[in-house]
Structures are given as structure tokens and as C-alpha cells.
Design a protein around this ligand. Structure first.
Ligand code: BGC
Length: 769
């Protein structure tokens, strides 16, 4: 234990760097490092561990750093413990002593590389067994370069773009010492009141599964243990997105069949792509908290899904078994969580505190602790840490300039994420000269809401605001007038007057509206998914000038658009696009690129329709064709429809679909059918079109969705080109999860559509025999 807590910062930094030199020399002679390599050797190591050392491996806590002292980050995050240098240094001493004793297995959310090198040096050189620490953080959609928020990227309908951005995040994040990232979030989200919709890939199972796998492949690269790979911790297992009424941390009252049909497939896809970490979710499922749910974490996850890695809790979720009323106290919670299959406790510290005693008193079988430790050591081994504990702790790599390609990828992915919802009279694209443009709204010149939730590490790479990008593109930047008109959530004095004056003086208005970053993400559930009233009032006043209006929406969930916003000539969904946001928006608005994004979730007509998603089951009393008549299933006065359905998105071409054709009328269960349609672009520019394949199983032992996406393809269409786009359908796409929670393939009639969205297209049908 170090005696002095009041070293100067310089002295501490000196000590840290001397320790690093020591570590590198010591490494070569550490016998455990050299011998680890297969499970027999891991077992041998476990035999040498004390109960305390075992429990320590199962504990993850925030890494302390002198950077925390008096930092802006600490001030903005009241949960962050010490804020003075003296207190920070004292706490660091305690943490390092715990590392030395083997009481900590993993550290999270580093602020600097030095603190990681320092901690790893202590772990490897000074702890009894020299087991390396593992480091992680939430590197969700960017590290230094920020890419579009995950929901935006899903709108690209191009999983490969997600793989590439995740790869870039891993390259940047691993250079700063991260061995793992708490990503991807693969929760299917069908209730847009839930703020965390922004972190996932939306409402659809197929799209969600493809993006889950792509992101895992991107984070982990070709080899999990490579120096520029980060292990993916897939979250939140499971059904976190099914929270009742979209209320964050509420229970998920779903059936086991729905769990298998909707919520588990993206996890399976992520595991199949090589993920060996997953995070247990905060919610209950049918009354049992996920983090203490043995059926979920062992029977389903391991026995059924074949998961071989380790499960970590979500920020104290294992301790929260007490608040749920599932465990009687923290000790009980530690026992229940570990026995259920939750291997690592995030932050709470109840594993190191109670597990040794629980074993000694006979309340917990030591074999269960060993099993969790084995999984953790396996994960560390796969991360390459036993071969080289300093594999991602490389200052030269961390200080190297960012690859130029990352910035280009930020722009490419941002452009691909943009969805053109509406474009009456081909108002877009706007010309780059000759027209006076009024850029009105709180997001026109905004610099604080470009990146979205989960981008706290990017400060050194300022993102491009929309007004700056517009000025760069316009031949005469003086033709652009920028007026806020309103704050995001409150009016500003004289704002509307200034906006109306600017609109009147312009040829066209671009209205930049939306939600602030803080209105989306964790713990930001909303009852009304509408734009704040101040912005709606601004839009009404501007629309009353009669000038043509383009709305740019910045948001992280589907919104129920109202009044002048809904009725604007053009609506462009621009999300939070990250480092290259402004440039990407300008690329689309001024027509350098034709938009190709598609909605990964339905935009409802009204908030009260939530949860609204396209793959709803048939009602016994369906309100067909927009009917709002009595005794049919709809909310009073509103058709049972979306304003913009899943899959919708326009381009600058003129696309039409001919009728869907099936290669045969009947197909055997072990056979295949080809389904196709001619897709034409009669417009005058080249575009990309997302051609989607939907099915509906007309009669089944479990009522089937009205439509289900089973395939899609992004195709290029030159001006005037017609393509025959065909898909192959077989058993894998026609089966569903039966009443017994197992996949089943039933014969009968199927409707099928090759279509531009979940509600468009002219279908056909065939029989499965
Ligand atoms: C979130 C997780 C996140 C964790 C660590 C939790 O509150 O639910 O998604 O990975 O914090 O930051």
C-alpha cells in the first residue's frame, strides 16, 4: 500500500512511466503469461486462485485517472466520484491496491491511456498471479471520429457500412487501450417512446440481425485477439427493447414465444458472427429480472443458443435484483445473479464483497464461481491479453493521426443514412446558385447536437454543422440567411418574427427541426413523440408565408409529425450523423448524392399508436384500407396505419415496381421458389433503390404478421434503366416460431411482395405443399 496520497501530479506521472518500463521487462519472465493458452491451462490457473482472486476476476469498475480531477467531464457527470486531484489520487491508490490484490478483473471507461498502462503494469507485475486486466467502454458509434447513430446507419439498409464503421471505431478505440466495447446494442425496439431506439437497428428482426452480425464483425475484425480488434459485448440480453409502454427500465411483459421470434435472433446472429461477451439487461421478462434469470442466462443462452463466452451485468443490474424485489439483500443478489449465469458484475462490487463468503458458508457451490472465472479468463485469452497484456496499450499508436479514410467513411455512412420521406413537386434537390435560402430552426447553426448519444470521446474532432456546410456548397454564400427562430424546447423572444421575415425574403425555406441529443438515448422515454411545441409554432408561422418548405429532421426515434411539419413539401430525415453531419446533409439537399436510406422503423400518425410496427399480427377485426369505422381495430379517428411505414424512402429518381411474379404456383417444403419484379427508374439520374421482399403466411398455427421482411437488396439503377430483381425463397424464410418456441414450417398459402416498403407493392401468392 502506498503511504502518500498527496504526491504532485508530476511525481505521479513519473511513477506511472517508470512502472511501464518495469512492466515490459517483467513480462517476458512471467511464467503464467507464457503458459496460458488452452482451457487445461486456464483450469490449472483457477486451481491456484484464492476465492478472493476468483471473485476479483468477476468484478468490473470504472478506472480512475488524474484526468478526472476538476475535469469538465467530471463536472458534467455528477455520478463521477472524486473531483479534486487529492481525492482522485487517494482513490487511485485504493484502486491500484485492489488490482495488486487481484480484487479487480476489468476496468471501464478510461479517460487516458496512462492510467490503463499503470493499472495493467500493477496487475501483471505486482499481483500474485499476474493475470492481466481487461479494459472496456461504450464505443457505440464512434470514438474520435463519430459515425451516424446506430438507428441512422440501419437506414442505409447496408450492413456492410455498419461493419466498416465498427471496424474504424475498433481501430481508433483499440489504439486508446480498449479491449472491448459494450456494443452493438441489438435490442429490437417497437415502441418509439423508448429513448434507446436510437442505439439499435429499429423494429425489424431481419434488419436487426444483419446489422448485429455486421457490427460484431467490424469491431472484432478478422481475429478477436488482434491489436486493432475490440471484443463486442452484445447487449442487452434480453428483450430490453420490449419495456412496457417504452418506459426505460420497466419490465418486458412478453411471452417466451415472442422472445424467440423477435428478440433473440439478433443476439444469435451476433454470437454466430463471433461475439463472446453479452450484457444482461435491466428489465424483467415475464416477472423475472434478466440479470438473475437462470432460464434466460443458462437454459436459453447457453444450452439453446450455444453461447460460450461470458455474461456481464448492466451497470449494477445484478445488485438491482434487490430493488426489483427478487433478492432480499445484496448478498442474496450476488448469489442469485451468479447462479443464474451472470458472470461479471459491472460496478456494484457485490461479487468481490460476497462471493467468497457465500462459498465458505456453503450457500454457493464453488464450481459455479470457477465456471464464471473460466469464462472470464477465456474471454481475456481470446482478446489476446495472455499473449501480450499491453497489446492495446501503445502510446505511439494512440498518438498517431487519425486515418484520413475514417473521415471519408464518416461522410459516406452519413449520406447513406439519410432518408427522404417526402418530396412534393421535386422541390429537392435545391440548386447551388440563384435561389435565396432561409435556413430556419434551432438546428440550422447548431453545433451541440450533431453526434448523438454515446459520443463523449470525440471532442477533439469537431463535427460539421449544417449552416457551415451549406455555405461551403453555395456559389454565393450570401444567398443563405440563417435564423434560429426558436430554441429546441422553448420559444425565443422575437424568434418567430425574425424567422418569418427571413422566410418572406427567401425563395425557399429549409427548416431544421428535431430533438436534442438529450431527448434520446438512455433514460429519455417520452410520452409524446412529437416535436416540442415551440418548434411546431415556428413551423406554422413559416409555412404561413406560403414559401416552399424543406424540413430537415434531426431525431433519434420515429416522430409523430404534425401540422406544417407533416405538410411541408419535402421532409428529410437526418438523424445525428456525427463528424461529417453538415456535409452529408448538404450532399443530399443540393443533389450531389441521391438519397437511398429507408426507414428502419415506422413513423406513426399519432403518439398514441405506440407501439406501432409494420409486422403486426392480423386482428380478427382489421380496419382495412384506412377505415375508421366502429368495431374495427383502430384508435378513434385514426386509421390503423403508419404515416410513413418501415422500408419507406424516396430517391431523386422516378422509381416504379411492376407486379410481383412467382416462378411456380406451388413449392415443396424442401424446395425453392424465385420471386421477382421489374423495377424501373424513369427519372433522369442514377439512383440506388432498396428492393424489399415481404411475405405473409395466410393461415398458420400462430397468427402471422401482416407482412414480414425476409430479404432485401440495394440495387443501382441508371436513368431510364429497368432491372429484373429476383429473390430465392426457401424453408429458412418461410418458417416461424411455433407455440412450442421452436421453428416450424407449415404448408399453406403465402402472399409475397417485391416492394419499395412494408405497405407498398403489388403482391402475388403461392402454395407451400
Ligand atoms: C447502459 C449500458 C452501458 C452501461 C455502461 C448502462 O447504463 O444500459 O448500455 O453499456 O451503462 O456504460
Amino acid at each position: 500500500m502506498q503511504q502518500h496520497h498527496t504526491f504532485s501530479l508530476e511525481r505521479r506521472r513519473f511513477l506511472i512511466s517508470s512502472a511501464i518500463v518495469g512492466a515490459v521487462t517483467a513480462l517476458a519472465s512471467n511464467p503464467i503469461m507464457a503458459s496460458i493458452g488452452n482451457s487445461a491451462k486456464i483450469d490449472k490457473l483457477i486451481k491456484r486462485m484464492t476465492l478472493e482472486e476468483k471473485a476479483g476476476q468477476l468484478h468490473l469498475e470504472p478506472v480512475l485517472s488524474t484526468m478526472m480531477a476538476d475535469s469538465d467531464f467530471a463536472k458534467q457527470n455528477p455520478w463521477m466520484p472524486p473531483t479534486t486531484l487529492e481525492k482522485t489520487l487517494a482513490a487511485m491508490d485504493v484502486q491500484l491496491e485492489n488490482v495488486r490484490k487481484g480484487n479487480i478483473g476489468m476496468l471501464t471507461t478510461p479517460m487516458d491511456l496512462d492510467s490503463l498502462i499503470n493499472a495493467q503494469t500493477v496487475a501483471v507485475n505486482e499481483s500474485r498471479l499476474g493475470i492481466p486486466l481487461m479494459f472496456g467502454a461504450d464505443l457505440i458509434h464512434g470514438f474520435r471520429t463519430v459515425f451516424p447513430v446506430p438507428i441512422a446507419e440501419a437506414a442505409s439498409f447496408e450492413p456492410e457500412i455498419a461493419r466498416r464503421t465498427a471496424r474504424a471505431v475498433a481501430i481508433e478505440g483499440s489504439a486508446a487501450g480498449h479491449d472491448m466495447t459494450y456494443a452493438p446494442m441489438v435490442d429490437i425496439a417497437r415502441d418509439q417512446r423508448w429513448g434507446r431506439v436510437v442505439e439499435g437497428a429499429g423494429e425489424d428482426v431481419l434488419l436487426g440481425s444483419l446489422f448485429a452480425a455486421a457490427r460484431v464483425r467490424g469491431f472484432q475484425g478478422d481475429k478477436r485477439g488482434a491489436s486493432d480488434s475490440m471484443l463486442a459485448c452484445v447487449k442487452h440480453f434480453a428483450a430490453y427493447g420490449a419495456a412496457e409502454s417504452g418506459l426505460d427500465y420497466a419490465g418486458s411483459p412478453i411471452t417466451e414465444r415472442m422472445l424467440h421470434e423477435v428478440y433473440l435472433p439478433p443476439f444469435q446472429a451476433a454470437f454466430d458472427a463471433g461475439a463472446i461477451l453479452t450484457m444482461a439487461s435491466f428489465n424483467t421478462i415475464d416477472g423475472v429480472p434478466a440479470s438473475g434469470n437462470k432460464h434466460l442466462l443458462t437454459t436459453i443462452l447457453r444450452d439453446k443458443m450455444g453461447f460460450k463466452g461470458a455474461v456481464m451485468s448492466d451497470y449494477e443490474s445484478e445488485r438491482e435484483l434487490v430493488a426489483h424485489g427478487f433478492a432480499s439483500d445484496n448478498r442474496d443478489a450476488a448469489r442469485l445473479a451468479l447462479s443464474a449465469g451472470c458472470d461479471i458484475g459491472m460496478v456494484s462490487g457485490i461479487f468481490p464483497k460476497y462471493l467468497p463468503d457465500l462459498v465458505r458458508s456453503g450457500e454457493l457451490d464453488e464450481a459455479l464461481v470457477d465456471q464464471a472465472v473460466r469464462r472470464v479468463l477465456y474471454v481475456k485469452q481470446e482478446a489476446g491479453l495472455f499473449d501480450d497484456p499491453f497489446i492495446r496499450l501503445n502510446k505511439a499508436r494512440n498518438n498517431a493521426p487519425l486515418p484520413k479514410a475514417h473521415r471519408e467513411l464518416a461522410r459516406e455512412s452519413a449520406v447513406k443514412s439519410i432518408v427522404l420521406l417526402k418530396n412534393d413537386n421535386a422541390l429537392l434537390p435545391l440548386p447551388k446558385s440563384g435561389k435565396k435560402i432561409a435556413l430556419i430552426g434551432p438546428f440550422g447553426a447548431d453545433t451541440k447536437n450533431l453526434n448523438g448519444a454515446w459520443s463523449p470521446f470525440s471532442a477533439e474532432t469537431p463535427s460539421v454543422p449544417v449552416d457551415v456546410a451549406f455555405r461551403m456548397v453555395l456559389q454565393d454564400p450570401n444567398l443563405l440567411k440563417v435564423v434560429a427562430g426558436s430554441d429546441i424546447e422553448a420559444p425565443i423572444v422575437g424568434g418567430i418574427e425574425a424567422a418569418v421575415a427571413a422566410a418572406k425574403a427567401a425563395d425557399v425555406v429549409v427548416l431544421a427541426l428535431g430533438e436534442s441529443e438529450k431527448m434520446t438515448g438512455e433514460s429519455t422515454s417520452r410520452t409524446e413523440i412529437t416535436l416540442p411545441p415551440a418548434q411546431v409554432a415556428l413551423a406554422e408561422a413559416v409555412a404561413a408565408t406560403g414559401k416552399p418548405v424543406v424540413v430537415l429532421l434531426r431525431n433519434g426515434r420515429a416522430l409523430a409529425l404534425e401540422g406544417a411539419v407533416r405538410d411541408a413539401s419535402s421532409i428529410v430525415l437526418t438523424w445525428y450523423l456525427g463528424t461529417e453531419m453538415g456535409n452529408a446533409v448538404a450532399d443530399v439537399v443540393f443533389g450531389d448524392v441521391s438519397p437511398a436510406g429507408r426507414l428502419p422503423m415506422s413513423f406513426p400518425i399519432a403518439s398514441g399508436q405506440q407501439p406501432y410496427y409494420y409486422a403486426r399480427e392480423n386482428s380478427g377485426r382489421p380496419a382495412l384500407n384506412g377505415s375508421t369505422g366502429m368495431f374495427k381495430s383502430h384508435f378513434t379517428g385514426i386509421p390503423d396505419e403508419a404515416l410513413y411505414s418501415f422500408g419507406h424512402g424516396l430517391t431523386y429518381g422516378k422509381v416504379s415496381y411492376a407486379e410481383t411474379r412467382c416462378s411456380v404456383d406451388k413449392v415443396a417444403k424442401n424446395g425453392q421458389i424465385t420471386v421477382s419484379a421489374q423495377v424501373s427508374n424513369s427519372g433522369n439520374r442514377a439512383i440506388e433503390e432498396v428492393v424489399q421482399l415481404y411475405i405473409h403466411d395466410q393461415t398458420a398455427s400462430v397468427v402471422q404478421p401482416r407482412r414480414k421482411l425476409v430479404d432485401f437488396r440495394k440495387v443501382k439503377l441508371a436513368a431510364g434503366e429497368t432491372l429484373n430483381v429476383s429473390f430465392t425463397l426457401g424453408a429458412d424464410k418461410l418458417s416461424f416460431i411455433g407455440q412450442d418456441t421452436k421453428p416450424v414450417l407449415e404448408s399453406g398459402l403465402f402472399d409475397v411482395w417485391v416492394a419499395p416498403s412494408a405497405t407498398a407493392g403489388e403482391g402475388s401468392s403461392f402454395a407451400l405443399i
